[in-house]
Design a protein around this ligand. Structure first.
Ligand code: KMT
Ligand code: NI
Length: 179
């Protein structure tokens, strides 16, 4: 299951956990309330027949899927790692099911503080459109994830600041109203 905590912001090695002392964990409900991020548990060994995934696909209408594989031997590894870790948003939800390996998604809460989400095999996360976020591998340097999308996929990141974008304004309204 996804674990999440407020992260301290030192720039020292992005692949570490970056806990405060003492650690400041959040429950998944607290995470949802202050970000709108949703987390689910899926059987990663037979995800094709997993009921949770099946229901999400039909209820939310995912029509596209592919797989992303990212590790220290990937082409342009350093550049990609930095691009993933540059704070950005998207005009659509970012839906990821981790099938192997692990990593961190960082998301900004309503007070603009970083929350670090540790994802491992079987974690499915939905990052709302319009929220500032980023991704990094952890010290194991390996992740394999399924990506889902409603319609024709648009993976374009818009780096912060993107305050004038419609999806940003819409996100802030939903955050204000409590999703
Ligand atoms: C993304 O779009 O930032 C990613 O998919 C991160 C790498 S795979 C979990
Ligand atoms: Ni993204």
């Amino acid at each position: 299951m996804v674990r999440c905590w407020y992260m301290e912001e030192s720039s020292f090695d992005q692949r570490l956990e970056h806990h405060f002392d003492p650690c400041q964990y959040l429950s998944l409900l607290e995470l949802f309330d202050c970000t709108g991020v949703e987390c689910f548990k899926v059987d990663h060994e037979s995800y094709e027949t997993d009921e949770t995934l099946k229901n999400l696909r039909t209820e939310r209408g995912y029509t596209f899927e592919d797989e992303i594989h990212f590790h220290s031997g990937s082409p342009n590894y350093e550049e990609k790692l930095q691009n993933f870790y540059t704070e950005h948003l998207h005009t659509h939800e970012e839906i990821r099911l981790i099938v192997a390996g692990s990593g961190y998604f960082d998301v900004r809460d309503k007070d603009d503080r970083w929350i670090r989400l540790k994802v491992t095999a079987g974690d499915l996360i939905i990052i709302p459109s319009g929220i500032y976020h980023r991704f990094t591998l952890d010290v194991n340097n390996y992740i394999k994830a399924k990506r889902y999308f409603i319609g024709i996929p648009i993976w374009l990141p818009y780096n912060r600041p993107a305050e004038d974008m419609f999806c940003r304004k819409e996100y802030l309204e939903r955050l204000e109203q409590g999703f």
